[in-house]
Design a binder for this molecule. Structure first.
Ligand SMILES: *Cc1c(COP(=O)(O)O)cnc(C)c1O
Length: 389
C-alpha cells in the first residue's frame, strides 16, 4: 500500500494525517456489488463509520443507500446525493427534531427501537400530515462474539424492542393512521468475524417471521444491519473482506417471503481497510521495562485502542534513512495524558528513530469520525490517494 515513492510524498506533510486509498475503496465496493447488490440485496452504508465527502461520493456512485443515526447524518446523506428512498434512520434515542428531519424528507424507513418511539413517531407524522414507513428494530437476544462495548444484540443491551413486546405493538401499529409497518430490523454488533453469529440471527428471524405471518402482516423488507468484521491483524493479506461468504450466510439461512427484500447496513467492512493514520515518531525513550515510541498521533485522532482495546497494525514507513534490520519491541504511545493513549504494547518493529513515519492501519472506519480536539489539538488533515498522483 505504501511504496517508497508515496512515502517520499508524505514526508513534507504535517503529521498526523489520515490517508485514504480510494482505489482500494472502489475495489471493495466492486466486491459488495458482485456478491451483494447483484444478488438483489440492498446495501446501506452506515455513515457513522466515515462521513468524508469523497468517500461518500464513491459509495453513492457504487449504488449503495445510506444508514443514518442522527438528523445531521440524514441531511449529510441528502446533500451528497443519496435519495431519501435509500435512507434508513436508526438510533435508540432519536429527538423530535431528528424525527422531523426524517419525516420532511420522507425517508425509506425509521428503524424504531421502543414502544414510546413508535407512539411519538405516529404523533409527529400526524402533526405533519405524513405517513412514516417504519421497521421495528428487534433485540434478538444474540450474543455476538465481539468486544462487549460493540455487542448490541443481547438481552442486557439497550438496543431494540423485546420479542415479547412485538405482538401487542404490531396490533397497535395497525391502529395508527400515520404509520406503515414495512419491515423488521436487527443489528447485533460490530466487528463480528465469526459468521455463526449471523447464522443464529437468520434462525431467529425465521422464527419471528412466523409470528408476523400468523397476524397476516406482510413485511416488505428484512433489514439485518451490519457488523461484518475486518482483519485488523493483516490488512494487506485481507484488504477486502470476504463478502462472498458473508452474503452467502444469509442466502443459505434466511427464508425470505415472496417479494420480500433483504437490506444490509454495512459500515466498517466497506471503509475500514482503506484508511490509515500517518504519524511521526517524536521521541524514543526507555521505560523501566519497556521501550516507548512516542508518536504525534494519539487517542484524539484514533480512539479505538483506548475505547475498545483495539489492536491496529503499525507499519514503519522506511522513509528518512534506511533502518537497520534489527527488530525491537516498542510500546507505541500517543502524547495525551492518559495511560490508555497507547496504540500497541510490546510491538515488534524495525528500529524506530525520531522523525520516522509510521502508518497505523485499518483506520477507515470509526477513526477520523470519532476524533476530538481534546487538549485543544488541531484536527488531523485528510489526504486521498489521488492527491498524490
Ligand atoms: C453501527 C451500525 C451499523 C454499522 O455497523 P458496522 O459494524 O460498521 O457494519 C449498522 N446498523 C446500525 C443500526 C448501526 O448502529
Amino acid at each position: 500500500m505504501f511504496n517508497k515513492e508515496l512515502v517520499r510524498k508524505f514526508i513534507n506533510r504535517k503529521t498526523p494525517f489520515y490517508y485514504y486509498d480510494l482505489e482500494l475503496l472502489d475495489r471493495t465496493l466492486e466486491s459488495v456489488k458482485k456478491y451483494g447488490q447483484d444478488k438483489g440485496y440492498h446495501i446501506h452504508f452506515a455513515l457513522k463509520a466515515n462521513n468524508n465527502d469523497r468517500i461518500l461520493k464513491n459509495i453513492l456512485a457504487a449504488g449503495l443507500g445510506a444508514d443514518c443515526v442522527s438528523g445531521k447524518e440524514i441531511e449529510k446523506a441528502i446533500e451528497i446525493g443519496f435519495q431519501p428512498g435509500q435512507i434508513a434512520f436508526a438510533g435508540v434515542g432519536k429527538t423530535d427534531e431528528e424525527i422531523e428531519i426524517g419525516l420532511e424528507h420522507d425517508i425509506f424507513s425509521f428503524n424504531c427501537e421502543s414502544v414510546q418511539e413508535v407512539e411519538l413517531l405516529n404523533r409527529l407524522a400526524s402533526v405533519h400530515n405524513k405517513t412514516a414507513r417504519i421497521a421495528l428494530r428487534i433485540n434478538p437476544n444474540i450474543k455476538a462474539k465481539t468486544h462487549k462495548y460493540i455487542a448490541t444484540g443481547a438481552e442486557e443491551n439497550k438496543f431494540g424492542i423485546l420479542v415479547k413486546e412485538l405482538p401487542e405493538l404490531a396490533d397497535k401499529i395497525r391502529r395508527f393512521e400515520n404509520l406503515e409497518l414495512t419491515g423488521i430490523h436487527f443489528h447485533i454488533g460490530s466487528q463480528i468475524e465469526d459468521l455463526n453469529s449471523f447464522d443464529a440471527l437468520c434462525n431467529k428471524i425465521n422464527q419471528l417471521q412466523s409470528m408476523f405471518d400468523e397476524k397476516e402482516i406482510r413485511l416488505q423488507h428484512i433489514n439485518v444491519g451490519g457488523g461484518f468484521g475486518i482483519d485488523y491483524s493483516d490488512p494487506d493479506e485481507n484488504a477486502i473482506p470476504d463478502f462472498k461468504t458473508y452474503f452467502q450466510t444469509f442466502d443459505k439461512n434466511l427464508k425470505l417471503r415472496d417479494n420480500q427484500k433483504l437490506h444490509f447496513e454495512l459500515g466498517r467492512s466497506i471503509v475500514g481497510q482503506c484508511g490509515s493514520l500517518i504519524s511521526k515518531v517524536l521521541f524514543i525513550k526507555e521505560g523501566y521495562h519497556t521501550r516507548f515510541a512516542v508518536v504525534d498521533a494519539g487517542m484524539t485522532e484514533l480512539i479505538r485502542p483506548a475505547l475498545y482495546q483495539a489492536k491496529h497494525q503499525i507499519n514503519h514507513l522506511d522513509n528518512l534513512n534506511p533502518s537497520s534490520d534489527e527488530i525491537l519491541l516498542y510500546d507505541v504511545v500517543g502524547p495525551i495524558c492518559e495511560t490508555s493513549d497507547t496504540f500497541r504494547t510490546g510491538y515488534p518493529m524495525p528500529e524506530l528513530r525520531r522523525g520516522d513515519l509510521v502508518a497505523i492501519r485499518s483506520c477507515g472506519a470509526y477513526g477520523q469520525v470519532m476524533s476530538s480536539d481534546y487538549n485543544l489539538r488541531e484536527r488531523a488533515k485528510v489526504f486521498y490517494s489521488d492527491d498524490f498522483e
